[in-house]
Structures are given as structure tokens and as C-alpha cells.
Ligand binder design. Structure first.
Ligand code: ADP
Ligand code: ZN
Ligand code: ZN
Length: 766
């Protein structure tokens, strides 16, 4: 009898092993790897997923003790390769195996089961709303001889339309009033055949014919070199990685398209990941115009039903190109020759709930398991990827970097000006706009052009800043900004937990410890303030459009605002980070960054990298058309390498300084970093758990080289929704099995009611 190894999905218990169940012969065809099954565990019904099927039970388990699989609830959603990748994820990210399996399941499938009656079979609950059948009309041979009566003009129009081929009745009705009745009448006469077809949801609304990308006549040398490296990696077939390091507009997407074309020709498929925010109709349209119905699209803005239909296109083999956000990685594509991650440096590739995986790392594992090539693309690659390319190898596969520095059209790079806001302040400037930015905006108004203003919303932490010198007090041990805590009147480091009593801060009548200035203030302005000042500064003919979380809450609002900006003759678009990516308006001649450094002040070792990435992104938005572009960056920290590198168009200025800093403080990519957050209402229990965890980790590690336990310390937001939050961080050598250690230490801490714990390996937000 075969035995199924089943991972149980029991919400209240974190089970870290798979369990054996016997497969009765009548279920053998269905209880295969990837199936969702019903079993009994601890005398209760439980839902589980089959991750392996073997002839013998696991060692040490007596066959007569083994219960049988009771029912198959859902057909196979993944294969054994995917099951192995899920097991790798569970260990790598220290999460329960069932949570690592869930991303591979069919969209909309829930863990809960119900049944109609006591003796009826169980059914899985689903979020999917009913699938839709469309009525399709097609002409029959009888149509050739049929002559509608003179008055039946609608019938005539319907027949005419159907001569082009079968059509959806709903579509006919859109252009021919009363078409549905005419179709019914024609069907009665045997002239038209009406059939019902299941609609593939999620396909229509993303098709944009205007986005059709013409195939370039020839690829540039840079593109050919990139394509060559990708082909080589794909042929080797062991998960080798190619980093396409190319400036915005250098033609990376064109490289992906060409590489996919070759993979398809070899009978293989491709997974393409794009950040959720840039997964626009424009992007999808480019892939559809090249690969048509071979493309399935997966992202979180689709309904569960739409996601299911797109997923099913992949599972059934009808679509071999999957374009999607982070989770598209788990689509059931049988044989991907390529896995492509565009904008690989994006923080959004790290999932912030369990399983807390990074798409780049899972993609690398998946590429290895499937014998595919992994292609990473970015204008500002992550330091992790750059470091691996410098080493030439990581975890046993080759990492190769290909550079593309030129734009095919030869568009010029924009001129970048840095406006020192501390200097502006000392000169009497109190506006959110520096003199150079105000002048440039007036020029845009005069010339009837367009401008984009970026307001950095991240990093509005509760720190204080000197308006005259830009100084923010830092932790001498972690070199990250200290935040002010009213309770106890202290400055606190959220990395190591050290704190200092405040004397100078936050009393505004005392002075800056650095320069003696009396202007100490909480830092930050909102989009509304920028909008108001813009309206005062600019003449009436300039349209001012604000795009932030508030103005884009309604469905479709985002697209609407962009269309307004596109249609305007002269306009300024003010927005948060969401405007930085994917925007491609050739008429934008000015990009202003209101506050380049709010992120720099975050207590986060990636602060400088994030700032650099963002500034490079926005700088890439200027001057894509005929007219040259200008970028003005306002900052209190003009001497920072990230700012200087953007101004000089020289990434090395940033990279060299940043890598030296990371190496010195032993931060990634020179180490790995995990963050364990504990939260709950009872502060005493939260403290006890974090203390015990830190002690357990320290006891386990002793003085192992390259390992360090930091904290426990209060979280940056120590109180959220009446919950108290505290964390412990662990630094480990770059090649360490961090997940394995954390998983076992976390499991050894006694559980307390109402206290939650999240283990985040390779954490992004701390
Ligand atoms: P990226 O993805 O690096 O931003 P794209 O692939 O979107 O760059 O290319 C930028 C623009 O250049 C697009 O309009 C694209 O159609 C065009 N383009 C790309 N490659 C070529 C080429 N070899 N010849 C001419 N135009 C090209
Ligand atoms: Zn100062
Ligand atoms: Zn510190």
C-alpha cells in the first residue's frame, strides 16, 4: 500500500513535521503529491497537503498505527519539485511547513471544510465566486442560404458580424442594439449555433492594444550580450543567475521578451515577476502583444475567481508565460526555462507575513530545482546581488553580471542639481521649495511643460532634526538614528536597545548638540502642504495633481490621476513613492525631490541603499522624450554618498562608501540578519518571552564567530493597537543556516497565551 506524507494545516498548532497516512486503493489515483486531503489527527478531522508518496512508511513508524487518508478535497496543485522547494522555504524562513505549502495552492482555496449533511462528503470552503459562462454565437452552414426578411435589419447585422468568426453575444449586443433577441431568433431557424463557454476571468481588463510594443529591428550590443549570457545559463540548466544591470530605458524588458521567445521555442515556459505597483496594463500589454494567449497574469488586484482562472491556464498548460507579482513564483508552470525578476532590488519582493520569504531567494532555489536560469534585472541592483556577482558564485551556482549603460535611442541623462536645505534655511528660506526648485517650477509653467514632485513619506519616525545643520543624534554602536520616547524622556536605539536620557532634546528652547542652533523640529511635510504651496507659487493654468494614499483609495483612482496628468497640457504631479516607478511620460522635463533624506534617517541599515535606489528611479523619469530633463534633489545631507552619487551619475561613489560601511558594521551582504518580533497586550509576558529567547540564542551560540544576538529592544513602534511590541535580532555569517537555528530556539520557548511571535529571516523592515 502506498503511504502519503502529509503536511497538516492546523491553524492553532505549529507542526513542524509531515505525517504518514496510508492511501486506500480507491484514492490512489487522486491522493497524489500536491493534493489537499482530509485526515484524522489527534482524533479530529484535519486538512493536509500531500508532499510525497512512498511505498514504505517513514522509519520507526509501525504500519498498523498508521491511519488512512479519508478523502481527497482538492486535486493536485503542485508537483514534487514544488514540494521540495516548500520544504526548503519552511526551514530557510523558520515557518511551519503548511504555511510554506499554502502559496502553491489554487487561489481562493481555504483551510476550512464544511458538509451539507452528516453523511455527505466534506467540501473545502473557497473565496472563489461562481465561474461565469458566456454565450457564444457562430454561423452554421445554413447561414449561406438564409435571407432575412426585409424588416430584420438586426439579424442582417448579426450575420454580418459573425462572418468574422464566432463572438460573445454580450459583445454583439454592445455594438448592435437588440442583438441578443436576433441571435435567439436566428438560432431557432438553425442559422446560428449558440454555445456556452466558461469565461477565463482576469484576461479582458488587462489587455491594452495601445501598449503593443513593436519588436525593435535589431538589438543593441548590450542587449545581445545579455541575451547570450541568459541563453548560456539556460542551457547549463542548473539554476545559474544572470544580473542584467541596466539603466532605466536601456532595453531590459526587450531582453526578457527575446529570451522568453527562445525558451518557448525550446518548448519551455517562463515566470516573470514584476513589482505589484508596476504591474500595469502597459506592462502586461507588452507581454500579451508578443505572446498573446500564452500569457497568464497573476496579481493581488484580481478577484479570487480571476486569479483561479489565470492559475488554471498555467496548470492546464495553455499558458506558458506567467507575468505577475511576487506570488506568481508559485504558479504551477511545469517546465520554466527562465525565471525573470524585474526591479530585483525592490523591497516589496520580501513578503511581510508568514512565510516571510524573499522572492529572489526562492526563485534561486526554484531555478536550481527546475534546471532553469534566473534572470535579475535592475537599474540599481541590490547589494546582495552585486556582492554575489563579484564573488562569481553563491550557493553552488554561477552569478554573472551584464551591464547595459546606453539607451537605444541615445537619450541623454538628466542634469541633477542638489539643493542644500540647511543652507536655504540659513538664508531665510521657509518654503518647502528651495530657490532652485521654485525657479525651475516657474520655468515649467512658463514653457507649458510637465513636472513630477516626489515626497518621501517613509521615515516619518519620531525623531528630531536640526533645521540648520540637519543633525539627528545617532546610536554610537549601530550608527542609526535614535528616536525620542516621551516615556522616561529618553533617546532610544531600536537596534541594540541602548538608551540615553535626553537633556537638549526635545525642549525647543535649548540648542542643537552639533551646531548650537535653536531650530529643532520634528521633520516632515505632507503632500497637502506641498499642493497648497504649489497653488500659491504657480499661475492658474498649471494643473496640480496630488497622488497619495488618500487620493488613490478608490478603485481605478490611480489610473485616472495618471490619465489626467497625461492629458494635461501643463501640469505638476505631486506624489509619494508610488509615482517613482513605471511612469513613462516623455513630456516630463522636471523632477523634484522634496525631501531626499527622510529615509536616510531611518534606523535601518538599508536606509542609504533605499535612498539611492529611489533617487535613481525618479531621475530616470526625467527627459525620456525630446527635451532634456532636469532633476532637483532637496536635502539636508548634501554630502551623503547616496546623494553625491546620483548627482554625479556615478554609482561607484555610493557603492564603495556603502560596502565599506556595511563591511565595517558587519551588515548584509557581509552577514545575514534576522528579526524576531514578539507582541501582545501583557507587557510583562512580552518581556519574558523576548528575554528567554535572547537567552536561549546566546546559550546556543556561545561565542561562535560571526554570530551576534542584539537586544531585546522595544520596536520602533513599541505600542500598536494596545499591543506591546519588542524584538530580538540575530546577526549571522553570510552562509549560516539562520532559519534552522531560529526555528529550534523559538520552538524551545514556553508558549504564553495571547503572545505572538514572528520570525523574520533576512528581515527588511526592522
Ligand atoms: P527597460 O526595461 O530597461 O526600462 P525597455 O525594454 O522598456 O527598457 O526599453 C525602453 C524603450 O526602448 C522602449 O520603448 C523599447 O521599445 C525601446 N527599445 C528597446 N530595445 C530597443 C532596440 N534594440 N532598438 C530600438 N528601441 C528599443
Ligand atoms: Zn544643528
Ligand atoms: Zn544601537
Amino acid at each position: 500500500m502506498p503511504y502519503a506524507s502529509v503536511v497538516l494545516d492546523i491553524p492553532t498548532r505549529a507542526l513542524d513535521a509531515a505525517f504518514d497516512y496510508a492511501v486506500p486503493s480507491e484514492l490512489a489515483a487522486d491522493a497524489v503529491v500536491g493534493a489537499t486531503v482530509l485526515v484524522t489527527f489527534a482524533n479530529r478531522a484535519a486538512v493536509g497537503y500531500v508532499v510525497a508518496v512512498r511505498d514504505e512508511p517513514s522509519a520507526g513508524v509501525a504500519p498498523e498505527k498508521i491511519r488512512a487518508v479519508e478523502q481527497v478535497l482538492a486535486p493536485s496543485a503542485f508537483d514534487d519539485v514544488a514540494a521540495r522547494v516548500a520544504a526548503w522555504m519552511a526551514r530557510e524562513y523558520a515557518c511551519p511547513p503548511a504555511e510554506a505549502v499554502r502559496p502553491f495552492l489554487a487561489p481562493g482555496q481555504k483551510v476550512r471544510v464544511t458538509r451539507a449533511a452528516d453523511d455527505a462528503p466534506w467540501e473545502l470552503q473557497t473565496e472563489r465566486t461562481g465561474a461565469v459562462d458566456d454565450r457564444w454565437a457562430a454561423l452554421t452552414p445554413a447561414a449561406n442560404d438564409y435571407e432575412p426578411v426585409r424588416s430584420a435589419s438586426r439579424q442582417r447585422a448579426v450575420i454580418e458580424a459573425l462572418r468574422q468568426g464566432p463572438q460573445r453575444v454580450a459583445e454583439l449586443s454592445a455594438t448592435i442594439p437588440g442583438a441578443a433577441a436576433a441571435v435567439t431568433a436566428l438560432a431557432k431557424r438553425g442559422v446560428v449555433d449558440v454555445t456556452h463557454r466558461r469565461r477565463v476571468r482576469g484576461t479582458d481588463d488587462t489587455t491594452l492594444s495601445s501598449a503593443a510594443a513593436p519588436r525593435p529591428e535589431r538589438l543593441t550590443d548590450g542587449q545581445l550580450a545579455a541575451l547570450d549570457a541568459i541563453e548560456r545559463a539556460r542551457t547549463v540548466g542548473r539554476g545559474d543567475v544572470v544580473l542584467v544591470d541596466g539603466v532605466t530605458g536601456s532595453g531590459k524588458t526587450e531582453v526578457y521578451l527575446a529570451a522568453i521567445e527562445r525558451a518557448l521555442a525550446d518548448g519551455r515556459g517562463a515566470l516573470v515577476l514584476v513589482p505589484e505597483i508596476s504591474l500595469t496594463a502597459q506592462t502586461v500589454g507588452r507581454f500579451r502583444s508578443r505572446f498573446g494567449d500564452e500569457v497568464a497574469v497573476l496579481h493581488s488586484r484580481l478577484s479570487a475567481g480571476e486569479r483561479f482562472d489565470q492559475w488554471d491556464l498555467v496548470r492546464s498548460g495553455r499558458a506558458r508565460v506567467v507575468v505577475g507579482a511576487r506570488s506568481a513564483l508559485f504558479a504551477p508552470l511545469a517546465d520554466p526555462g527562465l525565471i525573470i525578476i524585474d526591479e530585483e532590488h525592490e523591497g516589496s519582493y520580501k513578503q511581510d507575513k508568514s512565510p516571510r520569504y524573499h522572492a529572489r531567494e526562492v526563485a534561486a532555489e526554484l531555478a536550481r530545482a527546475r534546471g532553469a536560469a534566473l534572470v535579475l534585472g535592475s537599474a540599481t541592483p541590490s547589494l546582495e546581488s552585486l556582492a554575489r556577482c563579484r564573488a562569481g558564485e553563491f550557493r553552488g551556482v554561477r552569478w554573472t553580471r551584464v551591464e547595459m549603460r546606453e539607451r537605444p535611442g541615445g537619450a541623454r541623462l538628466p542634469e541633477v542639481t542638489v539643493a542644500d536645505m540647511a543652507e536655504q534655511f540659513r538664508g531665510g528660506g521657509r518654503s518647502v521649495f528651495s530657490a532652485p526648485l521654485a525657479d525651475a517650477l516657474l520655468d515649467v509653467a512658463r514653457r507649458r511643460e510637465k513636472a513630477v514632485l516626489l515626497l518621501n513619506r517613509r521615515g516619518f519616525a519620531n525623531f528630531l532634526m536640526c533645521r540648520e545643520c540637519g543633525c539627528v543624534p545617532e546610536c554610537p554602536h549601530c550608527s542609526c538614528a535614535l528616536t525620542y520616547h516621551e516615556r522616561g524622556h529618553r533617546l532610544v536605539c531600536h537596534s541594540c536597545g541602548r538608551s540615553w536620557p535626553v537633556r537638549a532634546f526635545p525642549d525647543p528652547t535649548t540648542s542643537c548638540p552639533n551646531c548650537g542652533s535653536r531650530y529643532l523640529a520634528a521633520y516632515g511635510v505632507g503632500t497637502q502642504r506641498v499642493e497648497d504651496e504649489l497653488r500659491m507659487l504657480l499661475p492658474d493654468h498649471v494643473e496640480v495633481i496630488r497622488m497619495d494614499a488618500d487620493s488613490t483609495r478608490a478603485k481605478g483612482a490611480h489610473q485616472e490621476l495618471l490619465e489626467r496628468f497625461d492629458a494635461a497640457e501643463c501640469a505638476v504631479l505631486v506624489g509619494t513613492q508610488m509615482i517613482a516607478k513605471g511612469l513613462d511620460f516623455p513630456e516630463v522635463t522636471l523632477v523634484g525631490v522634496i525631501n531626499a533624506d527622510t529615509v536616510l534617517k531611518l534606523p535601518d541599515f538599508r536606509a542609504a541603499e533605499r535612498t539611492y535606489d529611489l533617487l535613481e528611479q525618479v531621475a530616470g523619469r526625467a527627459g525620456r522624450g525630446e527635451r532634456p530633463g532636469r532633476v532637483i534633489v532637496q536635502t539636508y545631507w548634501a554630502s551623503h554618498p547616496a546623494i553625491r552619487a546620483v548627482a554625479a551619475h556615478d554609482r561607484a561613489v555610493f557603492l564603495d562608501a556603502e560596502l565599506a560601511e556595511r563591511a565595517g558594521a558587519s551588515y548584509p551582504p557581509f552577514s545575514r540578519l534576522a528579526n524576531v518580533t514578539v507582541w501582545g497586550r501583557a507587557e510583562k509576558d512580552v518581556r519574558a518571552v523576548t528575554d528567554e529567547l535572547a537567552a536561549a540564542l546566546r546559550a546556543r551560540l556561545g561565542d561562535a564567530a560571526g554570530w551576534e544576538v542584539l537586544g531585546p529592544a522595544d520596536c520602533l513602534r513599541a505600542r500598536a493597537k494596545d499591543q506591546f511590541r519588542r524584538h530580538v535580532m540575530v546577526k549571522a555569517p553570510a552562509d549560516a543556516d539562520l532559519g534552522g537555528l531560529l526555528g529550534s530556539c523559538a520552538a524551545s520557548i514556553p508558549r504564553r497565551r495571547g503572545i505572538n511571535m514572528a520570525v523574520d529571516v533576512d528581515a527588511y523592515d526592522m
